[in-house]
Design a protein around this ligand. Structure first.
Ligand code: MRU
Length: 357
């Protein structure tokens, strides 16, 4: 059988444990290339430029990036190690602001180092390797569970819309929003999936369409502005998207264009589901208004993907990479620990163990 993109790890550590290996997602689908990264600046740049992207995959890359930084610190003194390691974590954390999985993974690596410190620097490094591997393995298990919960909401033959790429390329396997689609495909559900192209970086067209087609799903590509018309035709039973950060009240930041999709879904009575591993839930952020929304270079809108710049030379450009969908527009948040329903303030607190705290 032909080897597809799904046969490759989105993020991995090489066999020697000395380099981060990623699929360069900026080149897909026309070119498949694996990048081998060792320098912290190259790992930072790969996250910033979306060579590796999607909240859970960023978390996994950050875990391995932190391990590689630790590995390169040449000292037996834990205090010196800890100072250098702290600088490396802060540097990686500055690569992108919105997906909480980045800071979540780095904080977890910092905690692991502290827990092990009495056993010496070599033991700390070994623990950090194990911790980074655990972050990746847990991501696979998490996505599979999200897939099972998501599938329980669907019927064979359903039409679905997804936005951006919350697929295998954004995680370690299965994806989040795509996990029910993959499991449904294995079980003969014959879903029809509409992929929003996802302006301006085209993750839906380039990545989601590519990976779902690799698994044999029925995929139709639409421009973002076409989603409402597809819903009006009655072709959509549910919307499934991923997210980058869920606030304690259920407001959810995801790729720009998710909010209009949720508004359209509400208008047409289509359920709107956010798929979120608990690593994407940020109970320290009260509402979506507090989420930092990344703004990216104007060229992504005016030039990227076009043979020639397609907009007037001096036009002003606003290019926020994410928007926040109000909790009130979300039918349910699907996590690996279950399907959360409104009121989300209570259901999130219960699942995150913060109720009454
Ligand atoms: O800018 P990106 O491509 O990293 O944005 C990705 C998304 O918005 C995804 O929907 C989100 O990270 C969830 S991935 C499971």
């Amino acid at each position: 059988m032909e080897k597809t993109i799904l046969a490759y790890d989105t993020v991995a550590l090489d066999d020697e444990g000395s380099a981060l290996v990623i699929i360069d997602q900026t080149k897909l689908p026309n070119e498949f290339s694996l990048l081998r990264l060792t320098a912290q600046a190259d790992i930072w740049d790969a996250i910033y430029r979306l060579k590796v992207r999607g909240a859970p995959a960023i978390g996994v890359a950050a875990g391995y990036g932190a391990y590689l930084a630790a590995r390169a610190i040449d000292t037996d003194d834990y205090e010196t190690f800890s100072r250098e390691f702290g600088k490396a974590l802060a540097y990686l954390n500055s690569s992108r602001p919105t997906a909480v999985n980045l800071s979540w993974a780095l904080a977890r690596m910092a905690r692991a180092a502290e827990e092990e410190k009495s056993r010496g620097v070599a033991a700390v490094k070994a623990r950090l390797l194990a911790e980074a591997r655990a972050i990746q393995q847990e991501d696979i298990d998490t996505c599979r569970k999200i897939g099972e919960y998501g599938l329980s909401l669907l019927s064979p033959g359903d039409g679905l819309i997804t936005h951006c790429n919350a697929g295998q390329l954004a995680t370690s396997r299965y994806g989040t929003a795509t996990a029910p689609m993959y499991l449904g495909q294995e079980r003969g559900y014959h879903f029809r999936v509409f992929c929003d192209e996802t302006r301006p970086l085209l993750q839906g067209a380039r990545l989601t369409a590519c990976e779902l087609m690799s698994a044999g799903l029925d995929v139709t590509l639409i421009c973002d502005g076409m989603a409402a018309s597809v819903m009006r035709k009655g072709w959509v039973a549910a919307v499934f998207t991923g997210c980058d950060r869920v606030a304690a009240n259920g407001d959810a930041a995801n790729k720009i264009g998710t909010l209009p999709l949720a508004i359209a879904a509400r208008h047409f009575g289509v359920p709107f589901y956010i798929c979120a591993p608990t690593s994407t839930i940020d109970m320290a952020t009260a509402t979506g208004a507090e989420i930092v929304i990344e703004e990216r270079p104007a060229e992504e809108v005016t030039e990227m993907w076009y043979a020639k710049r397609m907009a007037p030379p001096d036009v002003k450009v606003f290019n926020p990479a994410f928007d926040v969908t109000d909790a009130g527009l979300i039918t349910a948040i699907i996590t690996e620990r279950g399907i959360l329903r409104p009121p989300f303030t209570a259901s999130l607190a219960a699942v995150m163990g913060t109720a009454g705290k």
